[in-house]
Design a protein around this ligand. Structure first.
Ligand code: ACM
Length: 676
């Protein structure tokens, strides 16, 4: 048996627990107070207008009354001669085909004006979009995404996905209609690096789980996935020169389960899958601490030449590679060399945190030998912010990852003064393994509880003193897995906090607004339900899924075709109503979420200042539910009345449309209410 870890060795996460208990209690009390207020004001999320996406775009100009409806015969047209643009087109088709049932052929765009359908073009984007941004134009005839790179097109596609109804994520054919609100977005990221980390060492997570995580994080424009591939409890990647690392060092995990590891082919499969989704893998081998699995696999890596037992507990800070042995550096060189050879991304993460079993001078000796080994592979050093120790030399371009609990840190500002860049992962804001509240599971609480608002309310560009925004490469939300065992756990910890961190990384600070963010976030709920994501239903967020009781949906927030939202008549609800134009075919279309399938009462409030009827067809999910419903004169355009009818809804998201059928157009429409 390995000896018990002395308390002072269980640094970091262990020892901080007591210090943060009081803070955690305060957070819990504040959170409880907020919940009451939030619940009494809960409202359904609005149907999407073109800016209603996460992360918030730089600029969004809705075209009121304009909506694009994807027709069954639509094509996807990609920049002629660009295989990368064609790949993005195929990716988009792969998302749209299962739910729409449409063939959506992908072909080269012509040279003239963009065709009807969806175009992905590498010309003509606004000059501000840069290497990752895009411009999206939605008219009633077409959807056009323009960018300078395939990355930009891909980011535009993620925005388009979110503007389509949630059912577009379904793996089976759904009725549609497949509408996109009209207007223009010009969008690009605030920070180049927007990441998340998955710890596959504490609990091993198989390739299929990692791929699904990649699919989900792509939706929020996350572009780096950091894989924590080694720790005391497991070594998860094959190294040919040191085969027992995987076969023995990978043979268990926290709690003593079977563990596992990735073969080189599997790792390369993950890398390629991520690359198709514009995500770069950052592999981490944590050194010189957090190395018990390696030390157990090879006795010669230990200073005393004795291999310890495998470890399945959760203490930290007790293990170290032997910094005075040449074998150690041959080992590190082999490991980094093999990893670099199958990693196209620029970074090798060498850990460097919680090396409490290594003296400060041993630590500096080790890092000053290892950083040049990284550079020799052609890669750039990334490490936890302890690599900023003053005795550790600067290495060109290196990136320190801040995971502390304070807003000032001399290791970080010192490293920055020598030219380092910083990825911001403050543990009390960005750690996805912290519990949301004292009563949520799984998770830890040594850095406090992190409800959604806490994850959202900080500014990565100004967070650390001595670290100007120009030194911040970006943000990362790490998910440690001491308590995170299943894929459901991953989903519950990452959603909805990861989209909050993604918005901090992408959106301009000028858009930062919790009240607006929680609405946009709540509108993601039905999408996650369709995608099968078991997310945490934070009471801070007005989830747009499974509405209960009577819920009102304002017309001015709905999709409007050939009509205008007006606010100059008395007596309406919300901020306005919709005035149809004088033509048949104008409509207002609401997105309504139902907890269960079945009949509901639909109550439509309208005003008709004529003495003649203004009939409308009411359709649900593309099928006429009631044809030519009479909306007779109410005496004035400001005199509101309601009409009720019964309609059948599906479970989940439904599309309800009220279409004027005569040349005079429809009545003024204020809202619909769904009564259960
Ligand atoms: C860390 O949480 N030890 C980086």
């Amino acid at each position: 048996m390995r000896p018990a870890v002395p308390l002072d060795r269980a640094s970091g996460r262990g020892s901080r627990r007591a210090r943060f208990a009081v803070l955690s209690l305060m957070v819990a009390l504040l959170t409880a107070g907020a919940e009451v207020a939030v619940l009494t004001t809960a409202e359904p999320a609005r149907a999407a207008t073109i800016g209603d996406v996460v992360p918030a775009p730089v600029s969004a100009q809705p075209a009121s009354g304009t909506v694009y409806t994807l027709p069954a015969e639509a094509g996807i047209f990609t920049e002629a001669g660009s295989a990368q643009a064609a790949d993005v087109g195929s990716y988009l088709a792969g998302i749209l085909r299962p739910s729409t049932g449409y063939p959506l052929p992908v072909s080269a765009a012509g040279t003239g004006a963009p065709a009807a359908g969806i175009s992905l073009l590498l010309t003509g984007a606004d000059a501000t979009v840069g290497q990752q941004g895009y411009q999206l134009d939605v008219t009633s005839a077409s959807v056009v995404i323009r960018a300078r790179t395939a990355t930009g097109l891909f980011n535009g596609v993620q925005t388009l996905r979110q503007l389509l109804p949630a059912e577009v994520e379904s793996t089976t054919v759904r009725p549609g209609p497949w509408t996109v609100p009209g207007g223009r977005i010009v969008d690009y990221p605030r920070f180049a690096y927007r990441g998340t980390m998955l710890d596959v060492a504490r609990h091993f997570h198989p390739v299929a789980t990692v791929k699904r995580y990649i699919d989900r994080i792509a939706l929020y424009k996350i572009n780096y996935l950091h894989l924590h591939l080694s720790d005391d409890q497991g070594w998860r990647i094959v190294v040919d020169a040191w085969p027992r690392l995987a076969t023995y060092g990978g043979s268990t995990q926290v709690g003593g389960g079977a563990g596992g590891y990735y073969t080189k082919a599997q790792y390369q499969d993950i890398v390629a899958y991520a690359a198709q989704r514009q995500i770069t893998i950052v592999p981490e081998i944590d050194m010189p601490g957090h190395t018990n699995a390696a030390l157990a696999s090879y006795a010669e890596l230990n200073c005393n030449g004795v291999a310890p037992a495998l470890y399945t507990g959760t203490d930290v800070g007790f293990s170290s590679l032997c910094t005075s042995k040449e074998t150690t550096y041959a080992f590190v060189q082999n490991v980094l060399g093999e990893l670099a050879a199958m990693t196209p991304g620029p970074y090798l993460h060498i850990g460097g945190d919680e090396a409490s079993a290594t003296s400060a001078s041993q630590y500096a000796t080790f890092m000053n030998r290892v950083q040049p080994l990284v550079a020799a592979t052609g890669k750039t050093v990334m490490g936890w912010h302890q690599i900023g120790a003053s005795a550790v030399q600067h290495s060109p371009g290196r990136v320190t990852q801040y995971w502390g609990l304070t807003t000032s840190d001399s290791l970080v500002s010192g490293a920055v003064s020598k030219g380092a860049k910083v990825v911001m992962s403050p543990a009390d804001k960005a750690y996805l393994d912290m519990k949301y509240t004292s009563s949520t599971t799984p998770g830890q609480n040594w850095a406090g509880y992190i409800e959604v608002q806490t994850a959202y309310e900080w500014n990565p560009g100004t967070y650390l003193s001595g670290v100007p925004e120009s030194a911040v490469l970006g943000v990362e939300a790490p998910l440690w897995t001491e308590t995170v065992v299943t894929e459901d756990h991953i989903e519950k910890m990452a959603f909805p906090r990861l989209p909050a961190i993604a918005e901090l990384g992408w959106s301009p600070w000028s858009t930062h607004n919790w009240a607006a963010f929680r609405q946009r976030l709540g509108a993601q709920g039905p999408r996650w339900t369709v995608m099968g994501i078991d997310f945490y239903r934070s009471p801070q967020v007005p989830w747009a899924t499974g509405d209960q009781g009577t819920v009102r949906y304002e017309a001015e927030n709905a999709v409007i075709s050939r009509g205008v939202a007006e606010s100059n008549h008395a007596g309406f609800s919300g901020t306005g109503f919709v005035n149809y134009d004088n033509a048949a075919g104008s409509y207002v279309q609401w997105t309504v979420n139902a907890a269960a399938a079945g009949p509901v009462t639909l109550r439509l409030r309208y005003a008709n200042g004529t003495s003649t009827g203004r009939p409308m067809d009411i359709s649900v999910n593309g099928t006429t539910a009631a044809a030519g419903v009479a909306f007779n004169g109410t005496g004035a355009w400001t005199t509101w009345q309601t009409r009720t009818l019964t309609v059948n809804l599906n479970a989940g998201t439904n599309t309800i449309r009220a279409t004027a059928t005569t040349s005079g157009g429809g009545p003024n429409v204020d809202y619909i209410e769904i009564q259960r």
